[in-house]
Design a protein around this ligand. Structure first.
Ligand code: ATP
Ligand code: MG
Length: 234
């Protein structure tokens, strides 16, 4: 379980997070929703050690993450897929995947690769192709698969649906749901596409100007007309 308590962070005078508290349960998808500039990306970057909090704490299964450097996070079970599908385009699909296993304890073996190829057959077919030739949806699958190579217990995803066709988004979300159920993976899913995110999430946390304005079961949020119109855009 990820526990975020009274988290405050910003960029100089800009306050991006102001006292954010919530939990993301084990084996659950927790959606983080809110308009542009609400603080979603800053939240993920602060949890994963890429941005420094001014105040507050983050714990993963009771262990404090506050002073842990970003590069040590995979060894503790936390993987972060940032916005923007950053694959190394000159390397092959398989070489990109192998990089994903570097941060964790133990070396990458064939079983690790087989596992992600079973989850993403499209990547298995293209394992020897340079990532440069992949489509947007395939790249998004590759960055998620690369994160899974570290065998995380907690996966942070920043806008995986951005710019993808609805069919591909549905495919990726379906796969995430399967992983959460079969491997008791926990996912913190940042999305602009609130309707899709709430369709696979168990819970949702809604941010506005760096503060939590709602935190409830996904179906409760999806049924709240006022909240949807004010913050979720659907
Ligand atoms: N590097 C930065 N320097 C200064 N201000 C920043 C920086 N990054 C983000 N901010 C500001 O912090 C606030 C929160 O931004 P953040 O990127 O976390 O929002 P977001 O919810 O992810 O938005 P989006 O949906 O557009 O991705 C915004 O006011 C933004 O302008
Ligand atoms: Mg963002």
């Amino acid at each position: 379980m990820l526990t975020v308590t009274d988290l405050c962070a910003g960029y100089g005078p800009v306050r991006a997070l102001e006292g954010v508290s919530f939990t993301a349960d084990r084996g659950r998808v927790t959606a983080v929703l809110g308009a542009n500039g609400a603080g979603k990306t800053t939240l993920l970057r602060t949890v994963s050690g890429l941005h420094r909090a001014d105040r507050g704490s983050v714990e993963l299964d009771g262990k404090p993450l506050d002073r842990v450097a970003a590069e040590r996070m995979p060894a503790l079970g936390l993987a972060h897929v940032p916005e923007g599908r950053g694959v190394i385009t000159e390397l092959t699909v398989e070489e990109n995947l192998r990089l994903g296993g570097l941060g964790r304890a133990g070396s990458v073996d064939a079983a690790d690769l087989d596992r992600v190829y079973t989850l993403f057959p499209v990547l298995a077919d293209r394992r020897a192709a340079v990532a440069h030739v992949l489509s947007g949806g395939e790249r998004q699958m590759l960055v998620i698969a690369r994160a899974l190579m570290a065998r995380p217990t907690m996966l942070l995803l920043d806008e995986p649906s951005l710019g993808l066709a609805p069919r591909i988004v549905a495919q990726i979300f379906e796969l995430l749901r399967g992983l959460v159920e079969s491997e008791s993976l926990s996912v913190l899913l940042v999305e602009q596409n609130a309707r899709s995110a709430l369709s696979i999430a168990h819970r949702g946390v809604v941010l506005n100007l760096g503060r939590v304005v709602a935190d409830d079961a996904a179906e409760v949020l999806a049924a709240d007309d006022q909240l949807r119109h004010a913050y979720l855009g659907f």
